[in-house]
Design a protein around this ligand. Structure first.
Ligand code: ATP
Length: 598
């Protein structure tokens, strides 16, 4: 019972989406469908008039033979034309409405996707849920509306036709309905089986989509060729794809066989009806026109019942699948502002972290373990540590992309949980290790650092000049207006180091008080790196900066260095202090500088 209530609730919600996305088109769709349910009955009745008119005129053999049929024939043709034209028109309305709904649903999905906590992206279940929702959301609500309308239209038409058949014999009307019952059960039963199958198969479907991307995507294309991995992934794709499809085909095969049996019931009822009508006509109880009308009515009734059951089982299937969309849309965001909400201003004093700990979902060791440090206004702090020490994770916590499991971060004394995440993130500018390459123009790539900047041209140039990318950009065919990347025609691909300079320019273009650079020079040539880092203080001037780097020549520029080891702070101090201490930093530094001495 509860399950039923839940499904009705989902239907109501879905229909609300349909209504909100296009109220006018939805109304037109419903109105036209209702009008169209009367037409077949009218056609059957007019046909009887035509046939009886012909029979009478043929028997009378006098006067103008067409007079007695001219009115029913004309009316029949007009109604037929209206039926055809309204069918085309109704298709157009439905298409238009689906388009509006798709745009609306994509809007909901995308807004949810960008609002959801980043931590969701670490969970495979999230991707399963997202891929099911993106597959279903754009069209399921419309399918619900169409099925509801079709069901309503089907019931109305069926009642009218059954009413007509009852004037002949009520058992025939009953037979019409009973013969179709095995078919309904079958459809509902298999809707359940197919839904369970699709749900189980989502991880496998994602796997085959991944192998498909490896074989067709741009990024993997070089390694696939160089390592000769193509055939290996073709096999993996084929196995994964067949695994899904073979089971589905098996289910459909079983359904087809049982469907054949259910059709036998319908054939038997048709046989009985035909014999009954033939008998009545031969014995003179029915006119030829009435015979034709009842035969057509019975056939039409069969069609309606079929359509009715298709829409009924469609609705049932919709009720199963629409749940996936709501499962995604109802995912909760936990990284939100909690009361009392505060509004931060540019950093005045410091950011303080106290006893931060954080574990990634599914991991059993803490990636960040009881970390406390402070970042004073205007300071340059370097974060160093071995691969996997937790540096990038700490940055994500500082930007509140994740919330720590325990501990607090205070921004000028305000717990950052009391600040709206979007407002808080405006205070940060970050070059991530895996920064984005936007297939847009060079200028836009820099502008992405602050899309709200009203008059960006001068500032974009300034950021490009300071990061040494201005010359490279002006040498492009259309300068700052040149599309870069490899996705679209006329785009120019850049080297990784050139992309990195643009990412740096993007970060500097953003007027944020805190700047975080996660390994910003990995792909820069020695000259550019020297140029940037010898002017580093000038470049970051006025900003509080965190620099993550494995290059100790750059790290040495920082006011303070924090050494992370397996998620904990192992050492902290200036370069000289840490060298004197002779600990982890000293060992790492001497190993790296030792390589250059020999
Ligand atoms: P590197 O110097 O290699 O960039 P890092 O110090 O920045 O390393 P992190 O990227 O913070 O290290 O990773 C710290 C640990 O957390 C690693 O052991 C890694 O396996 C784990 N880790 C990182 N990202 C994830 C993730 N998305 N899901 C689960 N574990 C993760």
């Amino acid at each position: 019972m509860n399950k039923m209530k839940e499904k009705i609730k989902l239907f109501r919600e879905s229909l609300r989406f349909v209504w909100r996305s296009a109220p006018g088109w939805a109304s037109a769709n419903i109105a036209l469908s209702v009008i169209r349910s009367f037409l077949p009955l009218l056609l059957v009745w007019l046909l009887k008039g035509v046939i009886d008119g012909i029979t009478i005129a043929a028997a009378a053999k006098q006067g103008s033979p067409l007079i007695s049929v001219i009115w029913p024939v004309s009316a029949l043709v007009i109604i037929w034309f209206f039926d055809e034209a309204s069918s085309d028109f109704s298709n157009y309305i439905r298409k238009k409405q689906s388009l509006k709904l798709e745009v609306y649903m994509y809007g909901l999905l995308h807004s949810k996707s960008i609002a959801l906590d980043l931590i969701n992206f670490e969970r495979p279940e999230y991707f399963d849920c997202l891929s099911r929702a993106t597959r279903e959301a754009p069209w399921r609500p419309n399918s619900i509306l169409n099925n509801v309308v079709a069901m309503f239209k089907g019931v109305l038409s069926l009642v009218l036709i059954a009413g007509l058949i009852t004037t002949l014999n009520w058992t025939i009307a009953l037979l019409l309905i009973v013969a179709n019952i095995p078919g309904i059960w079958l459809r509902l039963h298999y809707a359940d089986i197919l839904y369970d199958f699709h749900r189980r198969q989502t991880p496998e479907a994602r796997k085959s989509a991944y192998f498909n991307w490896l074989l067709t995507g741009d990024r993997p294309s070089r390694e696939i060729r160089l390592f000769g991995l193509g055939n290996y992934f073709i096999t993996l794709f084929k196995n994964s794809f067949l695994k899904q499809k073979e089971e589905e085909i098996n289910i459909i095969r079983k359904r087809t066989i049982i469907e054949l049996i259910s059709n036998l019931f319908k054939a038997a009822s048709l046989l009985i009806t035909l014999l009954f009508i033939s008998h009545k006509t031969i014995t003179g109880a029915l006119s030829i026109g009435q015979m034709a009308m009842f035969l057509l009515a019975f056939r039409q009734g069969m069609v309606y019942i079929k359509e009715l059951f298709v829409s009924l089982s469609g609705l049932y299937e919709d009720s199963l699948f629409i749940g996936d969309t709501f499962e995604f849309l109802n995912l909760k965001e936990n990284v939100i502002a909690i009361e009392p909400v505060q509004f931060p201003s540019p950093l005045k004093d410091k950011i303080l972290t106290e006893n931060l700990s954080f574990t990634y979902p599914g991991n059993n060791t803490k990636t960040i373990n009881n970390v406390s440090f402070e970042l004073n206004k205007g300071e340059i702090v370097a974060l160093v540590g071995a691969n996997g020490a937790g540096k990038s994770t700490l940055v994500r916590l500082l930007c509140r992309l994740y919330d720590p499991d325990s501990g607090t971060i205070k921004y000028d004394g305000i717990n950052i949980k009391n600040i709206a995440p979007d407002k808080y993130r405006k205070l940060f500018s970050v070059v991530f290790q895996d920064f984005m390459l936007y297939n847009l123009t060079a200028g836009e790539n820099i502008r992405m650092g602050n899309i709200d900047e009203g008059n960006p041209e001068m500032k974009i140039r300034a950021a490009a000049v300071i990061t040494g990318s201005h010359e490279m950009i002006t040498a492009l065919p259309a300068g700052y207006d040149s599309p870069i990347g490899n996705l679209f025609d006329e785009s120019r691909e850049l080297s990784w180091g050139e992309w990195q300079k643009i990412a740096l320019a993007r970060a500097l273009f953003r007027d944020a008080p805190v700047l975080i650079l996660d390994e910003p020079s990995g792909a820069l040539d020695a000259d550019t790196e020297y140029d940037i880092f010898s002017r580093f203080r000038e470049i970051v001037t006025g900003r509080t900066t965190i620099l993550i780097s494995h290059r100790f020549t750059n790290v040495g520029l920082a006011d303070r260095i924090i050494v992370l080891d397996k998620g904990s702070i192992a050492e902290e101090g200036t370069h000289d202090e840490l060298i004197k201490k002779g600990g982890i930093y000293f060992t790492m530094f001497t190993k790296q500088s030792g390589r250059f001495k020999n």
